[in-house]
Write a protein that binds this ligand. Structure first.
Ligand code: SAM
Length: 218
C-alpha cells in the first residue's frame, strides 16, 4: 500500500484549519471571489496552498517572483506579502477585469507597489523578459495546455537553486482516464511527463490542494 493518508472530509477540514494562515484580507478576497464567481471561483488556489506559498517565498526571499495566472489575485497576495524588502512580483494574466478585483486587497495588505501586473498572454510576457537567470521563484497556474511552454520559458530565466511551483498537477483525478483528451488534461499529463527525469532540476510532487510540484533548478 502506498504510504499516503487518505483525506476524509473531517481530516481535510482539520488540515485546512491548521495549514492556513488566518488573516482578514485574504479571507475577504477569498469570499468576494467565491461570491462573484460561484463555481468558477474554484480557479483560486486553496487556503492551505496560500500558506504553502507564504512559507516557500518567505524562506527563499526572492528578489524577483513571477506568477503565471493571477485570476483575482489571491495567490499573489500570499506571494507578495512574503517577499523581502525590495522584492518584486510579476503577475501575468489575460483578464484585466478579474485581476482588478484583487487590487484593493493588495493595497490593503500594503503590497500593491511590489506587484507588476501584465495583462497579455503569459508566453508573450515571459518571452519579453531578459534571458538573464534572474527569477528566484515562479508559480505556474494558468492554462494547462501551455504548461510545458511556461516551464521552459521560466526555467531558462530561473537562477540556480531557484524554485518553480506548479499547480494542478493532479488535475482533479482526470489524468487517469486515458479517454480524456481535453487539451487541459493533455497539457498537465505532458507537463508531468516532461519534467520526469529532467536532469536540469530536482522535483517533489505534493498532494496539497489539486497537487503542487516543487521544482528546484540545479
Ligand atoms: C487557475 S487561475 C489562477 C489562480 C490564481 N493563481 C490564484 O491564486 O487564485 C488561471 C488564470 O490563468 C489565466 N490565463 C489563462 N490563459 C492565460 C494565458 N494565455 N496567459 C496568461 N494568463 C492566462 C486566466 O485568465 C485565469 O485568471
Amino acid at each position: 500500500m502506498p504510504k499516503v493518508t487518505a483525506l476524509t472530509d473531517d481530516l481535510c477540514r482539520y488540515l485546512l484549519r491548521r495549514g492556513t494562515a488566518d488573516d482578514a484580507v485574504a479571507t475577504e478576497l477569498r469570499k468576494e471571489t467565491l461570491r462573484r464567481f460561484g463555481e468558477l471561483g474554484a480557479m483560486m488556489i486553496a487556503e492551505d496552498q496560500g500558506g504553502l506559498l507564504s512559507v516557500l517565498v518567505g524562506t527563499l526571499a526572492p528578489k524577483l517572483a513571477v506568477e503565471i495566472g493571477t485570476f483575482t489575485g489571491y495567490g499573489s497576495l500570499f506571494i507578495a506579502r512574503a517577499l523581502p524588502p525590495g522584492g518584486k512580483l510579476l503577475c501575468c494574466d489575460v483578464n484585466a477585469e478579474w485581476a482588478r478585483i484583487g487590487k484593493p486587497y493588495w493595497r490593503r495588505a500594503g503590497v500593491a507597489e511590489k506587484i507588476d501586473l501584465r495583462i497579455a498572454p503569459a508566453l508573450e510576457t515571459l518571452r519579453g523578459l531578459p534571458d538573464a537567470e534572474a527569477v528566484d521563484f515562479a508559480f505556474i497556474d494558468a492554462d494547462k495546455a501551455n504548461y510545458v511552454a511556461y516551464y521552459e520559458e521560466i526555467l531558462k530565466r530561473t537562477r540556480k537553486n531557484g524554485l518553480i511551483a506548479v499547480d494542478n498537477v493532479l488535475w482533479h483525478n482526470w489524468l487517469m482516464d486515458a479517454a480524456d483528451q481535453n487539451p487541459e488534461t493533455v497539457g498537465v499529463r505532458e507537463f508531468n511527463d516532461h519534467i520526469l527525469g529532467d536532469p536540469r532540476v530536482q522535483t517533489a510532487m505534493l498532494h496539497v490542494g489539486d497537487g503542487i510540484t516543487l521544482i528546484r533548478k540545479l
